[in-house]
Design a protein around this ligand. Structure first.
Ligand code: NAD
Ligand code: MG
Length: 398
C-alpha cells in the first residue's frame, strides 16, 4: 500500500488523482487531503476517502469543516504550516503537489526535504526556485516525478536504466545521448484568433481550452502560452538541460505529449489522449503501470498530427520566459510572481488579455539583482515582484 498525501485535492489535478485511486483501491491509501477554501468539497472527499488528516488553508473554513466532521476520526488542521506538516508526515510515502501557484512552494519543498516521492504538478514551485529546489531533492534523497503531461512524456522517453537517477536529480539528458527535448504545446484557444481581437478576449474565452479541462490559472497561462514558457523553465531543471536543448513545437491536437531526439537521429514520443489521469497514473505507479480509465487513442479517428513553430509576436510570454531562463537566478521567480498578479487581474476583468505580458515585462525590467542562494531570498524576490507588478497594473488597468 502506498500512503498518499494530496496537496490541493479539490482542484483539477487533485480530483483526477482521486479518480486514478478509485480505479486502484487496493494499492493506495489516502493519508491527507488539503484545500484552500472549498470546505464542502473537501468534506465530501473526507467522507469518501477517510484520510487521517484534512487541511484547510482558510482558518474559518477549517472550523466549518471540523464541525461537519466532528463524528469522524479525521484530524482537521488549518493554515500554511499544517500544509507543510502533512507533506512531511512519516507515514506518507508519496505527495501529490497540486496546489496552484507560489502558494504551493512551501509544502512542495517540505515534501522534498522529507525525502518523499514528490509528484510535481505545481510547476510554479520549480519555476520559482529552480536550482535550490533541485538541491533539496538531491540532498534529501527524495525523488521528483513530473505530472505535467509534457515532462511526464519526456520522462517516459528516456532509457529505463537511467530513470531512477534522473528523478533523484543525479543525471542530465546529455549523458543519455539526448540532443533535444521537443516540448509540444497546443497553442491554446487563441492560436488562430486575429491579432487585433486578442486584446478583447475575456476570461471565459481564455479558459475555454480546446483540448484540456484545467483550473482557471493554468487555462489563462495556456492562452498566453506562459504555461509553455514555464514548462520550458521546468524542463531545464527536471532534466538538467540547457536552454538550447529545449525546443517548443506547437502541436494543436495534443496527442503527442512531447518528444526527445537522440544524437543518432531517433525521435521518441509519448502519445495518448489529452487526459491528466495518464501522467498521474504513470507517476503514482512508477516503475509499474496501473489502469487510469483513460481510453486508448483511436488513430483511425485522427485526421492529422500537425506541427508549427511557436509565434513569439502573438505570444510574448514565450520570449519573456526564454529571457528569464537566460538571466537565471531570481528572474524566473519574478516572472512567476508578476504573472500571478497579472492573471488574477485579468480573471477579475481588471486587465486586458494582451496586457498580461506588458505587466510582466514592466516588472522584469525593474529587476536589479538576480542572485539568489537561499529560499528566503527567493521569497523576498517573490514579494518584491508582487509589489512591482501591482504598481505596474495601475498603468495598464482597464
Ligand atoms: P485548480 O485551481 O483546479 O486547483 C488548485 C488546488 O490548490 C485546489 O485544491 C485549491 O484548493 C488549492 N489552493 C489554491 N490556492 C491555495 C492556497 N493559497 N493555499 C492552499 N491551497 C490552495 O488548479 P489545477 O488546474 O489543479 O492545477 C494545480 C497545479 O497543477 C498548477 O500548478 C498547474 O499548473 C498544474 N498543472 C495542472 C494541469 C491540469 O490539467 N489542471 C496540468 C499540468 C499541470
Ligand atoms: Mg503541461
Amino acid at each position: 500500500m502506498q500512503q498518499i498525501c494530496i496537496l490541493g485535492s479539490t482542484g483539477s489535478i487533485g480530483m483526477n488523482t482521486l479518480s486514478v485511486l478509485d480505479a486502484n483501491t487496493d494499492d493506495y491509501q489516502v493519508i491527507a487531503l488539503t484545500a484552500n477554501k472549498n470546505s464542502q468539497r473537501l468534506y465530501e472527499q473526507c467522507i469518501r476517502y477517510k484520510p487521517r488528516y484534512a487541511v484547510m488553508k482558510d482558518v474559518d473554513q477549517a472550523v466549518h469543516l471540523g464541525e461537519m466532521l466532528k463524528n469522524y476520526k479525521i484530524e482537521v488542521l488549518a493554515g500554511d504550516e499544517a500544509l507543510e506538516t502533512v507533506a512531511a508526515l512519516p507515514e506518507v510515502d508519496t505527495v501529490m503537489c497540486a496546489i496552484v501557484g507560489a502558494a504551493g512552494l512551501a509544502s512542495t519543498l517540505s515534501a522534498a526535504r522529507a525525502g518523499k516521492k514528490v509528484l510535481l504538478a505545481n510547476k510554479e514551485a520549480l519555476v520559482m526556485s529552480g536550482a535550490l529546489f533541485m538541491d533539496e531533492i538531491r540532498s534529501s534523497g527524495a525523488s521528483l516525478l513530473p505530472i505535467d503531461s509534457e515532462h511526464n512524456a519526456i520522462f517516459q522517453c528516456i532509457p529505463n536504466t537511467h530513470s531512477d537517477s534522473l528523478i533523484q536529480g543525479q543525471c542530465s539528458i546529455t549523458e543519455l545521448g539526448i540532443e533535444k527535448i521537443l516540448l509540444t504545446g497546443s497553442g491554446g484557444p487563441f492560436r488562430q484568433t486575429s491579432l487585433n481581437q486578442l486584446s478583447s478576449m475575456t476570461p471565459e474565452q481564455a479558459c475555454a481550452h480546446p483540448n484540456w479541462s484545467m483550473g482557471q490559472k493554468i487555462s489563462v497561462d495556456s492562452a498566453t502560452m506562459m504555461n509553455k514558457g514555464m514548462e520550458y523553465i521546468e524542463a531545464r531543471w527536471l532534466f538538467s538541460a540547457t536552454a538550447e536543448q529545449i525546443e517548443i513545437v506547437v502541436h494543436p491536437q495534443s496527442v503527442i505529449h512531447s518528444m526527445v531526439r537522440y544524437k543518432d537521429g531517433s525521435v521518441l514520443a509519448q502519445l495518448g489522449l489529452p487526459d491528466m489521469r495518464t501522467p498521474i497514473a504513470h507517476a503514482l505507479a512508477y516503475p509499474d503501470r496501473i489502469v487510469s480509465n483513460v481510453k486508448g487513442v483511436d488513430f483511425t479517428q485522427l485526421s492529422a498530427l500537425t506541427f508549427e513553430r511557436p509565434d513569439e509576436q502573438r505570444f510574448p510570454c514565450l520570449r519573456i520566459a526564454r529571457e528569464a531562463l537566460e538571466v537565471g537566478g531570481s528572474a524566473s521567480t519574478v516572472l512567476n510572481a508578476a504573472n500571478e498578479i497579472a492573471v488574477d487581474a485579468f480573471l477579475s476583468n481588471q486587465l486586458k488579455f494582451t496586457d498580461i505580458s506588458s505587466v510582466i515585462d514592466t516588472t522584469m525590467s525593474k529587476m536589479t539583482n538576480t542572485v539568489v542562494d537561499s529560499i528566503e531570498l527567493i521569497l523576498e524576490a517573490d514579494s518584491w515582484a508582487r509589489r512591482e507588478a501591482t504598481q505596474a497594473l495601475l498603468r495598464f488597468q482597464s
